[in-house]
Ligand binder design. Sequence first.
Ligand SMILES: C[S@@+](CC[C@H](N)C(=O)[O-])C[C@H]1O[C@@H](n2cnc3c(N)ncnc32)[C@H](O)[C@@H]1O
Length: 153
Amino acid sequence: MKENDEWYTPKEIIESLGVFDLDPATSIEAYNQNQSAKKIFTAKGNGLKQEWKGRIWLNPPYSNPLIQQFLTKMAEHNNGIALVFAKIEAKWFHDIVLTHATAIKFLYNRIRFYKPDGTQGMQPRNGSMLVAYGRNNAEILMNNKIKGKFLFL
Ligand SMILES: C[S@@+](CC[C@H](N)C(=O)[O-])C[C@H]1O[C@@H](n2cnc3c(N)ncnc32)[C@H](O)[C@@H]1O
């Protein structure tokens, strides 16, 4: 478990985007905080090697190559919403996200993620984006109240 991957999504962000069937990249500590999906995979079970079914919530590990691998699998699955840093110079953004996703919302406010002990971190240096895969998820993201600029790709 890499410590810098352990930053968890505020529960209200996930809840505002509807019910998810699977979070393939999480931990028990994260699940206790945000109940991200009906089913989860953790590093121990390696979500990359499992079968993904239904609507996916994905806030992947940020380290390479895990982020590329998770975003590639998300693109192939094409049903769900991902939350990643708005790193528009990243190779994964150009080669994986922009070429496969259905829509993006660049968030106006930076997200203060949570740590495994349940405390909230400081404001991060980077902003984030929500990425939708599939028309249904794009429409949910478009109509969602989280402030940001929504774009169909
Ligand atoms: C940025 S955190 C996000 C957690 C959760 N998805 C959320 O939205 O709060 C990424 C999580 O992926 C986990 N992880 C790392 N490698 C993994 C793997 N191969 N399979 C499943 N989970 C993994 C990390 O331990 C970490 O808890």
